[in-house]
Design a protein around this ligand. Structure first.
Ligand SMILES: C[S@@+](CC[C@H](N)C(=O)[O-])C[C@H]1O[C@@H](n2cnc3c(N)ncnc32)[C@H](O)[C@@H]1O
Length: 281
């Protein structure tokens, strides 16, 4: 039988036939790059492989899944308060791991401020996609960083991402096309809908738009405080971390990032940037 080399085109995505977590993962998560960064930097800093991770604010726990599938000695605990999101992660991410890897990951419906026994003495804590910006005061952020400090192993490391630049406080909307495989695409819309310069609080929303039919307005909403790197580094030091390092993304020469994050002590006054902030115990 002759076979066609053409890839099968799947039906276009619409609000009706799509899943908001699938759209979110496709739009803003790169678990492979994230785990590459975390494992490489841990090995460089601690001269041993990273084996025990806690993913705070894990959502669907896709990063923890990526971590456990990489090595038979990798273990992960993933914490989130929202049970339906964790259940989605179980069905769609954990269930796809091989049975042995499934034994090495635990998803717990738990506040990151109380990680419990299972979330203690880990080598690394991951807090990604700016989730820790839910803490609205210096006191609350300090309490979180202290919890992380106390629940890391003796040479543990906290890995976070952060964003900044003068556009971080701008009320704005930006959209980009995301290809979802099988000839399908949708548009990811990031809206910074409000910012209050007195409290530093902002509200951000994610919408999805499709080739046909209605958009998915407010698929996700976040109430955050916009935190700067110097503020965060001062609070990390107060919580006991010996050293914090900022890894800035290189320039691709076309006004975008090149996906490579390098340790820096001085940055450029960019309109918008993302960075990793790495705090060592
Ligand atoms: C922006 S999502 C992050 C998902 C994923 N970590 C990522 O990198 O895209 C934030 C998640 O944090 C969870 N969350 C908010 N406050 C929390 C808390 N105090 N403890 C645990 N999870 C929390 C929410 O339920 C939500 O799933």
């Amino acid at each position: 039988m002759p076979t066609s080399k053409r890839r099968k085109r799947l039906p276009q995505l619409t609000r009706k036939n799509s899943d908001k977590f699938f759209l979110y993962i496709q739009s803003v998560q790169s678990p492979d790059h994230e785990i590459d960064f975390v494992t490489t930097q841990f090995k460089k800093l601690r001269k041993r492989p990273l084996r025990r991770v806690r993913e705070d604010f894990c959502g669907t726990a896709i990063s923890a899944c990526e971590f456990v599938k990489r090595h038979p000695e990798n273990h992960a605990v993933a914490l989130d308060l929202h049970k339906p999101t964790l259940a989605w992660g179980h069905r769609n991410n954990v269930a796809k791991l091989d049975p042995a890897a499934q034994q090495r990951i635990k998803l717990l419906a738990r506040n990151v401020l109380s990680p419990g026994k299972e979330g203690t003495r880990v080598d690394a804590v991951l807090a990604m996609n700016f989730s820790y910006w839910i803490f609205m005061t210096r006191e609350a952020m300090l309490a979180y960083f202290r919890t992380v400090y106390q629940t890391l192993g003796p040479d543990g490391i906290l890995f976070m991402d952060t964003h900044g630049g003068y556009e971080a406080t701008k009320v704005m909307e930006e959209r980009r096309k995301v290809y979802a495989g099988g000839g399908r695409w949708f548009k990811y819309v990031w809206e910074q809908s409000s910012f209050d310069p007195i409290s530093g609080r902002c509200e951000c929303r994610i919408h999805f738009e499709f080739e046909k039919g209605p958009a998915w307005k407010d698929a996700f909403k976040y109430a955050w405080r916009v935190w700067s790197l110097p503020e965060l580094r001062e609070i990390l030091a107060e919580a006991g971390f010996k050293r914090s390092t900022v890894y800035l993304e290189g320039d691709n020469g076309k006004g975008g990032g090149d996906g490579v994050f390098r340790p820096k002590t001085v940055g450029d006054p960019d309109a918008s940037f993302i960075a990793y902030l790495v705090a060592e115990k």
